[in-house]
Write a protein that binds this ligand. Structure first.
Ligand code: FRU
Length: 490
């Protein structure tokens, strides 16, 4: 079908339950449904929103367009879990049903005040002439997690900024509420602004976060500002950066600056911008504090403005596994949250020497496994790890010891998203490769390198699951230990 503007702005109320069921049937015919990642029952998922541990459970919401694999009228879809891996679908919570959010309940965050949950988000409104008017809205949820009340807090954007003004991330400090929000100056540069509000939710603009990045993309989406150890971290998604060597290869970027932020002067002293993930499909992450008191991050495993092979089955995208963030030497370290280990069913261990010849391991469970590799000794110039199936589709990982460059090549991995001409992504490691932790689901791979100093996340669309893990080296031997796990459904 053709996704005209009218078609994209049809909401759930315009279709019958039967129509919605026939859409979900189509989704079930898809060979690429995931086992242990949050994915939509139909239509398109994008940013994680409102992520919080509240009254003993994790609540996570995501941007959802129910009727097709396109960006249309957005809802917030709600999932709930006792841990960070067994999420249960609860259905849509925030409907675009007021003037303020008539054209989409866009991204935002949540906060607990006393024993109530409040959602702060951007209402996307379009006038008859299709001019965008962003509203920042607060919504209260009742005990059944239904929206009880919506109040617009801010109409439009402040002077000097365009209507690209969205994605409030809220927090409480010194008896006040604050949010950081993505903005674009009228000179078309991306910024993050900070608002302060009192207990009656009257918010006023404090100003821009003063970073050293005055000309760094035309828009910053989904900012997130938090303390980690004794450092301050600002995560944001700049749009419009030019590719620079192995950096910024995707359509839009997602990364962070780290340093010291002063809420009084809004000055942020920081090191350079660092990408959070070096794979093909990662964007708009959001963090919260876990039950254990750690900072955890979940991202959207997808990007805007790209068509994906699942589109023909009427669904698109999923969320990443949860990651714990730590700071080490002014860098964020991202490791998989230990709750993911609850998915392990059985394991298989091997110790081996890889020489020029291929060593082929059968994957313990082709479409859902964790593969942990530790390199005991590496005398080879190049190590390659290839996951392949019987129809010769393969995803290839290579590590060059001399340059310490790590590469992911999905050019032969199966069907591919459009809009990306180059199907290789690489990252310059800080040190020699010592360990890999790889999670393979039906249509994704997440690679944690050297205990989380770098991560590469990508969707993959093989015709059949990868069954083999081929290990080989060039000019030298690699001694390694591998441990594989079969994983069960999340
Ligand atoms: C990021 C984003 C946000 C916006 C939302 C709309 O992917 O563009 O800036 O709030 O998606 O779905």
């Amino acid at each position: 079908m053709e996704w005209t503007r009218e078609a994209r702005y049809r909401g759930l109320s315009s279709i019958s339950n039967e129509e919605f069921e026939s859409m979900s049937d189509k989704v079930h015919q898809s060979p690429w449904r995931q086992y242990f990642h949050v994915q939509p029952v139909s239509g398109l998922l994008n940013d994680p929103n409102g992520f919080i541990y509240f009254k003993g459970q994790y609540h996570l919401f995501y941007q959802w367009y129910p009727l097709g694999p396109v960006h249309g009228l957005k809802y917030w879809y709600h999932v709930v879990s006792d841990d960070l891996i067994h999420f249960e679908n609860k259905g849509p919570v925030v409907y675009p049903d007021t003037t303020y959010d008539s054209h989409g309940a866009y991204s935002g965050s949540s906060i607990q005040i006393e024993d109530q949950l409040y959602l702060f988000y951007t209402g996307n409104h379009r006038t008859k002439d299709w001019e965008r008017v962003p509203y920042q809205i607060v919504a209260t949820l009742n005990d059944a997690f239904q929206v009880k009340d919506k109040q617009p807090l801010i109409e439009g954007s402040p002077q000097g900024y365009t209507d690209h003004f969205r994605d409030p991330k809220v927090w409480q400090e010194n008896g006040n509420y604050y949010f950081v929000i993505g903005a674009q100056t009228t000179a078309q540069t991306g910024r993050a602004l900070i608002y302060q509000g009192d207990t009656t939710f009257k918010f006023h603009l404090l100003g821009e976060i003063q970073t050293g990045l005055s000309d760094f993309g035309y828009m910053w989406e989904c900012p997130d500002l938090f303390k980690l150890g004794n450092k301050d971290v600002l995560i944001f998604c700049p749009q419009g950066l030019e590719a620079d060597g192995v950096k910024y290869r995707n359509i839009y970027q997602s990364g962070y600056i780290i340093g010291d932020f002063d809420l009084k002067t809004l000055e942020m002293k920081h090191d350079g911008f660092v990408e959070l993930d070096h794979g093909f499909d990662f964007y708009a992450p959001q963090t919260t504090i876990s039950k254990e008191g750690e900072r955890v991050l979940i991202g959207w495993m997808g990007l805007p403005d790209i068509n994906y092979p699942t589109d023909v089955y009427n669904w698109a995208h999923c969320l990443t596994l949860p990651r714990v963030l730590k700071v080490k030497e002014n860098t964020l370290i991202q490791t998989v949250h230990p709750d993911v280990e609850k998915l392990r069913v059985r394991s298989n261990e091997t110790t081996m020497d890889i020489t020029n010849d291929n060593t082929v391991l059968d994957l313990i469970q082709p479409d859902r496994s964790e593969i942990n590799i530790s390199i005991v000794e590496n005398e080879a110039d190049v190590l390659s790890i290839v996951f392949s199936n019987q129809v010769e589709e393969a995803v290839k990982i290579t590590y060059d010891k001399n340059t310490e460059v790590f590469e992911l090549d999905r050019s032969q991995s199966g069907e591919l998203p459009n809009n990306q001409d180059n199907q290789k992504r690489s990252v310059q490691l800080f040190d020699a490769l010592k360990s890999l932790r790889i999670f393979i689901d039906t249509s994704s791979i997440e690679i944690f390198i050297n205990e989380g100093t770098h991560v590469m996340t990508s969707r993959l669309f093989p015709v059949e699951p990868y069954q083999y893990c081929q290990l080989s080296s060039e000019s030298g031997t690699v001694k390694m230990e591998t441990k594989q796990y079969e994983l069960k459904r999340g």
